[in-house]
Design a protein around this ligand. Structure first.
Ligand SMILES: C[S@@+](CC[C@H](N)C(=O)[O-])C[C@H]1O[C@@H](n2cnc3c(N)ncnc32)[C@H](O)[C@@H]1O
Length: 251
């Protein structure tokens, strides 16, 4: 296994939470790094792999009392690398999806700091795997679309018009499933299209709720982090069972 190099920044995918889902390279770098800058969603179990002498800082957007700007995170990473530290910039899931990696890579390139990107299992893949679902299906789901629900929360309409024949993985879906439902229906998605909400994929507290676009508005919000998968081939008999049990509890 290659050792962590001093003066290098590693953009590492921490996966969805279960440390067994880390890549070997990610686990090795987390153990070896002298500094770890991590996001909020990185699980405690993954952080526990850090070496006893490594310094660790939560630079997540919701980190306690003080919000750290992206520019400050960039400068912190660069400063530590210049001082000769081996820096792991640890992001949940895959570092290149909804993790502002582009801005960090630009900042590192500008000042010539060497970096390496270590992929991780993204939330959509973990959610589908734990729910026993395939994200593509040659019978009619030939594309996979990664989308962010941020648009919905900012009052902007989500454009699902170009997502026919696809499975959509909606990250950060928020709690207003009704507006997601309206956007999908307005863009021509059939109301009976299966939807699967997965909260805390791969955590002990994982909850999976199967429903349809039509019924999205009657689903109680699941705890964050959660992801919404939408697609014509996302149904499985055992998922319907889970939904019925949850509905029974609710009534
Ligand atoms: C800022 S994005 C980061 C995505 C991450 N880079 C990835 O590849 O999964 C955070 C969103 O990812 C999703 N997410 C991350 N971890 C999750 C998990 N364990 N279960 C369900 N959704 C998760 C949620 O939609 C959450 O709001």
């Amino acid at each position: 296994m290659r050792a962590a190099t001093r003066g290098t920044v590693y953009l590492v995918g921490a996966g969805p939470g279960d440390p067994d889902l880390l890549t070997r390279r990610a686990a090795c770098l987390i153990e070896q790094a002298s500094c770890i800058l991590h996001d909020d969603l990185v699980s405690a179990e993954v952080l526990q792999l850090a070496g006893p002498s490594s310094s660790m800082l939560n630079v997540g957007k919701r980190c306690g009392h003080k919000a750290i700007t992206q520019e400050q995170i960039n400068q912190l990473m660069i400063g530590l690398a210049v001082q000769g530290e081996s820096v792991v910039r640890l992001k949940s899931g895959d570092p290149l999806l909804y993790g502002r990696a582009g801005e960090e890579i630009d900042a590192l390139r500008r000042v010539g700091i060497p970096f390496e990107i270590i992929p991780g299992i993204t939330a959509a893949f973990a959610a589908a795997a734990t729910a026993g679902l395939s994200l593509t299906d040659r019978r009619g789901a030939s594309r996979l679309v990664f989308a962010s629900g941020h648009h919905c929360r900012e009052g902007r309409r989500q454009n699902f018009a170009q997502t026919g024949n696809a499975t959509v993985a909606l990250y950060m879906p928020g709690k207003d499933y009704s507006s997601i439902r309206s956007d999908l229906l307005r863009d021509g998605w059939p109301a009976d299209t299966p939807c699967v909400l997965v909260s805390c994929a791969s955590w002990k507290s994982q909850v999976t709720h199967a429903t349809s676009i039509a019924n999205l508005c009657s689903v109680s919000p699941l705890p964050a982090p959660s992801i919404l998968l939408i697609g014509p081939f996302l149904s499985a008999p055992e998922l319907s069972q889970v939904t019925e049990e949850m509905d029974e509890v609710a009534h």
